[in-house]
Design a binder for this molecule. Structure first.
Ligand code: SF4
Length: 194
């Protein structure tokens, strides 16, 4: 009978080490500001999320946490003056979450900056690397039954018309700044751009 080996493939080991290093960076960041890692992660998420995704429900989906945990997390961030809730002009009960300048300042020296520096030093072919990572992420999210949260411009519903960009799912126009953000309604295009 073939013996099962516990030795990880090099790629999996590398991903495991990277995940551990990044998590450590998030923990250090959080500790410096008297916060928990989830607080930093939520602030960081909100800087990336578009107008359909800067909502409490989207945070629960993105991190795979309960609505109760999201409420507690948001309460701390609001109390610390790091984010504000803004009522949606058209949907009465919906609130959009926005970072305050103090919230943005916390991310200034974040772990993400260090990863960005390492990436710049690393590869002349960052696009190929990013594409491979995105493929792996989408595969894992599908296995876990999670929404993919991709970048708007690379969504199957993204339309560019004479009047500008528009979301084919909701029919709403998209301002430039929203098209580079991530969205909970994102759908993979049939043939992805290279
Ligand atoms: S085009 Fe796709 S990603 Fe962009 S807002 Fe619409 S559903 Fe979201």
């Amino acid at each position: 009978m073939r013996r099962y080996t516990l030795i990880m493939k090099p790629t999996i080991l590398l991903l495991e080490r990277l995940a551990a290093l990044i998590h450590q960076g998030v923990r250090d960041n959080a500790a410096r500001h008297g916060l928990l890692p989830i607080h930093i992660q939520v602030l960081s998420y909100l800087t990336q999320a578009n107008g359909y995704s800067n909502l409490p429900i989207a945070i629960a989906e993105y991190f795979g946490i309960t609505r109760g945990t999201v409420s507690q997390t948001l309460a701390v961030l609001e109390r610390r003056g790091l984010l504000v809730k803004e009522k949606d002009a058209r949907h009465g009960k919906r609130v959009h979450l926005k970072l305050t300048p103090a919230g943005e300042a916390i991310l200034e020296d974040s772990w993400a900056k260090r990863v960005e520096t390492a990436l710049q030093l690393m590869t002349p072919d960052a696009q190929t690397f990013e594409k491979s990572l995105r493929g792996l992420l989408i595969g894992l999210q599908q296995l876990n039954g999670q929404r993919p949260f991709g970048v708007c411009r690379k969504c199957a519903h993204f339309l560019v018309e004479l009047a500008g960009a528009r979301c084919g799912l909701t029919g709403e126009p998209l301002i430039e700044e929203q098209t580079v953000r991530i969205c909970r309604e994102w759908t993979a295009p049939q043939f992805e751009e290279t």
